[in-house]
Design a protein around this ligand. Structure first.
Ligand SMILES: C[S@@+](CC[C@H](N)C(=O)[O-])C[C@H]1O[C@@H](n2cnc3c(N)ncnc32)[C@H](O)[C@@H]1O
Ligand code: SF4
Length: 461
């Protein structure tokens, strides 16, 4: 398979409408409030009958300052004491959740996300991990994928050593852009030296994997300025790299209103920045995984893609099959058995539910068989850029050619434009179609049809 990112401007201009990123299908905006604690408990019971390992997610929402571009769920405060009452509830939620899952189910994956997980003190980190170990069966031989999001402004080398000692072995580092002018415009002043010090500590403590986040499309970015950032980043040799498209949705994300729209690069400039990035990363040996993600060819994501067992979940691409995901903390989204569920997005409501001894699940969804089939198809396309009808038919007892007759008509137009090839055997996405993969997946999204809302989702470029 061609492992570079190819950009065809005419096709991007034609097909680049807004669309979901499919970290779940159906997408989170389809969750409803008739799904609550009772339905979640039933799903957990069904998941125990099936068994298998677990994935745990913990949301730590606090940030010391706000980055104006940020679309994450966060609480901005300089008051570190705000973490303690939240963490007390999180400890209780761990106990409540753990009661629902068989103790024999080993935790293969664990992730702390945010916000900024290292906003909390070293003692608070140790206590959170200790409570998790008391209630769930964590691997203690360093063989699980235990990862954390790090903001280098909020973690010195001592924090990195502490996290390794607590059992983390993977780090995802927020960089975004090294250019001081860009950093000032987004209120994220992050010195190169402090980032380097953290990376040195990650290497010294023998973390298994280092991933870095960059964003293109931020104010004042140019091809030349972003090339300079990228060259520095490539020199640091991260195993994985996310090059996110800045999604400017000021109606939805209030801090983005502080970004001056006239400072943003035009769509044409953004495309040039992305092209330059794709070329530079290919020249440096990085493989294009899909949807903003690149990896070194020896990284487990690239290997999983080559071997045909790459998956997608709320954290993006993953090497593990569909583990049940138990998500804890305010706003956290879980995936248990054939359901998705989300905790309250309101801090007071989240804490009140826990204080009342209840799980804070406020909405969710139980997938129908049709949802499951479409999720499998979308996952396969997003992860492997190919779909074999025979495999879908065997797994689900359908005949894809009939089941997706309407979708195939739509796909034929995409085939005529050179985005993909389509025959009796299945679908193969061509290099020019890969950056537009979410537009291809949208064809299979039964929930989206007839309800297009252009402002709800971001665009590819
Ligand atoms: C929770 S943050 C990472 C952890 C930590 N708070 C930090 O900033 O370093 C997750 C990542 O989402 C990305 N991100 C946030 N808002 C975004 C937006 N509006 N468009 C694209 N990427 C965004 C950033 O690359 C960021 O590193
Ligand atoms: S990018 Fe990270 S540090 Fe900045 S506001 Fe968002 S979550 Fe907080």
């Amino acid at each position: 398979m061609d492992t570079t990112l190819t950009l065809a401007p005419a096709l991007i201009a034609k097909y680049d409408q807004s669309g979901p990123r499919y970290t779940s299908y159906p997408t989170a905006d389809r969750f409803h409030t008739e799904f609550g604690e009772a339905q979640y408990r039933e799903a957990a019971a069904r998941s125990n009958a099936a068994g298998g390992p677990l994935s745990l997610y913990f949301h730590i929402p606090f940030c010391n300052t706000v980055c104006y571009y940020c679309a994450c769920n966060k609480v901005v405060t300089k008051d570190r004491s705000r973490a303690a009452p939240y963490l007390a509830r999180l400890h209780k939620e761990i106990a409540l959740q753990a009661e629902l899952f068989d103790r024999g189910r080993v935790v293969d994956q664990l992730h702390w996300g945010g916000g900024t997980p290292t906003f909390i003190s070293h003692d608070e980190m140790a206590a959170l991990m200790q409570v998790t170990r008391e209630h769930f069966s964590l691997r203690d031989d360093d063989s699980g994928e235990y990862s954390i999001e790090i903001d280098p402004r909020e973690a010195g080398p001592d924090t990195i050593a502490h996290l390794r000692w607590l059992g983390f072995n993977r780090i995802s580092l927020g960089v975004q852009d090294f250019d001081p002018k860009v950093q000032r415009a987004v209120n994220r002043i992050q010195g190169v030296d402090e980032t380097l010090a953290v990376i040195d500590a990650i290497r010294a403590n023998e973390f298994h994997s280092l991933s870095m986040d960059l964003i293109y499309g931020l104010p004042h970015q140019t091809v030349a300025s972003f090339a300079a950032t990228l060259e520095r980043v490539i020199d640091l040799q991260p195993d994985r790299l996310s090059v996110f498209n800045y999604a400017h949705l000021p109606e939805r994300f209030k801090p983005q209103r502080r970004i001056n729209e006239s400072d943003l690069p035009s769509a044409a400039e953004k495309l040039d920045i992305l092209k330059m990035s794709a070329d530079k990363l290919a020249a440096a040996g990085y493989v294009y995984i899909g949807m903003d993600h690149f990896a070194r060819p020896d990284d487990s994501l690239a290997i999983a893609q080559r071997e045909g067992h790459l998956y997608r979940n709320f954290q993006g691409y993953a090497t593990h099959a569909d583990c049940d995901l138990v998500a804890m903390g305010v706003t956290a989204i879980g995936r248990v058995d054939d359901t998705y569920s989300q905790n309250s997005r309101d801090m007071d409501e989240y804490m009140a539910a826990i204080d009342a001894g209840k799980l804070p699940v406020v909405r969710g969804l139980r997938l129908t068989k049709d949802d499951c089939i479409r999720r499998a198809v979308i996952t396969q396309l997003i992860c492997h850029f190919a779909l074999y009808f025979g495999a879908v038919d065997r797994s689900w007892g359908i005949r894809s050619q009939d089941y997706f007759a309407d979708e195939l008509v739509e796909l034929r137009a995409m085939a005529d434009d050179g985005l993909l090839t389509l025959n009796e055997q299945g679908i193969r996405v061509l290099p020019a179609g890969r950056p537009l993969i979410r537009n291809i997946c949208k064809v299979f999204d039964a929930w989206l049809h007839g309800s297009q809302d252009a402002t709800r989702f971001s665009r590819v470029i």
